[in-house]
Design a protein around this ligand. Sequence first.
Ligand SMILES: Cc1ncc(COP(=O)(O)O)c(C=O)c1O
Length: 401
Amino acid sequence: MQNKPYLKEFPNEEGFFGRFGGSFVDEKIKKAMQEISDSYNLIAQNSDFIAELRKIREHFQGRPTPIYFAHNLTKACGGAGIYLKREDLNHTGAHKLNHCMGEALLAKFMGKKKLIAETGAGQHGVALATAAAYFGLECEIYMGEVDILKEHPNVVRMKILGAKVIPVTHGAKTLKEAVDSAFEAYLKDMENSIYAIGSVVGPHPFPKMVRDFQAIVGIESKEQFLKMSGELPDVVVACVGGGSNAMGIFSAFVDDPVELVGVEPLGKGNGFGEHAASLSYGEEGIMHGFNSIMLKDDGGNPAPVYSVASGLDYPSVGPEHAYLHSIGRTKVATISDEEAIEAFFKLSRQEGIIPAIESSHALAYALKIAPHLKGRKILVNLSGRGDKDLDFIVEKYGYGE
Ligand SMILES: Cc1ncc(COP(=O)(O)O)c(C=O)c1O
């Protein structure tokens, strides 16, 4: 057993969670990452920075977001109580703004002029464009052409917020390629810009920094849940793309007797290229500057991935998830496109909440286990709302009848 609380112990100074994480980049990027890490360590201790972030969260983002007891779904399942942490009510409609405001505040402190990032579902892009507008910074977002079509409302939002959206046209034209292109753009302008990574991935210090900014979700959840029910939840469930919303909520419960379940997208099935369930079917490997568990092709390169949820189709996963899973502290489950879409309509019809397709994966898993857990309590991180998905859903699935 470790002596210090988990969050103080992990990652180590080089950004390792066990053997996962680190910074596998060339010397030039390493130096830039070190600069970001040093600046972050400095401001994370600074009372002005903490006070400013607190003020932003309360007055701009609308935090704390509530926990809602999903009474109709609970009744329909006839088993465990289902509770939702309403990150869909966070300003801009998802958890992403929690780390974007922190990253932008850091950029400002470092004297940077521009924020560069990738986006899949467009939620990170919208959140970063929002943060850029708030702090008066330039913003450049790389997005795969496939996702641009699928998540059109978010493209419009980014542009209205003043961001430049750059279509990525190579490879599968989705999230992985968007990360590649954003990295390239950052390399060309490291002096003026910061690559504000959209999840708990990338080289150190991003997995730690993004987790720390997202930890507010777990801190609030624990306090709210105890207040609501007098005890901790039995199970905490979150969807996992890169893993930021999951690490945000898990981080508060790692030292507690609470089951933590990360839900990965099974897409169309478990065949090659049909899913993006990295932890479930992947193996150890380095991608985008960090060591983790990834899906590979025969040549050992990142495999093509697919999910109905644009925010989940990434061939690797945050190194902290790889570590926590490797030591048996977290469980991993998979949910198919079909199951996620069914959950999407159930929450909409039975509770009046339209979830993001990403979040619908976590909800689908909760609905699956709830009938077998009578008397227990399941807390689902409802990472975002579904407005961005409506056109796509209606075109592909109609109105769910
Ligand atoms: C609503 C929502 N949930 C979850 C995710 C997945 O990201 P992560 O695993 O980093 O939370 C995304 C990504 O775009 C998203 O938009």
